[in-house]
Design a protein around this ligand. Structure first.
Ligand code: DC
Length: 227
């Protein structure tokens, strides 16, 4: 039986990685994994367990890694899997600005990355998967058949994120979001372990001015060329 291919989608925050990943997974009947949700869930654990006071208590978080259980549970009505932290659905809590503020620091810890990367490799071992993140084409699946690298201007990305948070009722201001997007870009691209870089064989998409439909059609045609 044809098990399908591995599609790795990397790029800066709020470049629409999850939107295209979900569209592709639905169309191809593949599994979709949002790896950012896993790093966000670890950051939420740190916040909820007082491992962040003025700064992140790295060593304490590393000691607690065995106590952190992460699962995805498919939600039929939403059409994608939701993130569970120690058996509790945290899909909404992991998207707050508070989690966004700390997650890049959590994701820079090598021990955290090791645990999450090995779980991600396990999820993708049978292929037929679309995974999005920062290191999927470079570290998690360096042999992925299709690698995409998404970009868009910081201003466009912050506006998208602002709209998402306002739509769900959060009290946020645009400047705060723009600062957070730029700060995360900086930390994600300059960290020592698995920094965000475009894989040499990744196809780059700047969607600052590209509509969702056009983007989906162009990417789907890349997929069809491979399949
Ligand atoms: O995609 P996102 O914004 O939900 O990701 C949250 C953070 O997690 C982001 O700042 C970088 C980090 N991340 C990572 O380091 N590696 C991944 N594969 C996915 C996310």
């Amino acid at each position: 039986m044809n098990k399908g291919i591995t599609i790795a989608i990397d790029g800066f925050s709020s470049t629409g990685k999850s939107t295209i990943a979900k569209q592709l997974a639905k169309h191809l009947n593949y599994i979709y994994v949002d790896t950012g949700a896993m790093y966000r869930a670890v950051a939420l654990y740190a916040i909820n367990n007082n491992l962040i006071q003025e700064d992140l208590k790295k060593e304490l978080l590393i000691n607690d890694l065995d106590k952190i259980k992460l699962n995805f549970v498919y939600n039929d009505s939403l059409g994608f899997a939701e993130m569970y932290l120690n058996d509790i659905n945290v899909e909404k809590e992991i998207r707050t600005i508070e989690v966004s503020k700390w997650v890049s620091k959590v994701a820079a810890i090598s021990e955290v990355r090791k645990k999450l990367v090995s779980a991600q490799q396990e999820m993708g071992k049978n292929k037929g998967i679309v995974m999005d993140g920062r290191d999927i084409g470079t570290v998690v699946f360096p042999d992925a058949e299709l690698k995409l690298f998404m970009t868009a201007s910081a201003d466009k990305r912050a506006k998208r994120r602002y709209k998402e948070l306002i739509d769900r009722g959060d009290d946020v201001n645009y400047e705060e979001i723009l600062e957070n997007v730029q700060e995360r870009d900086r930390i994600d691209s300059t960290r020592e372990d698995s920094p965000l870089v475009k894989a040499s064989d990744a196809v780059e998409f700047d969607n600052s001015d590209m509509g969702l439909k056009e983007q989906f059609e162009r990417i789907l045609s890349l997929v069809n060329d491979i399949i």
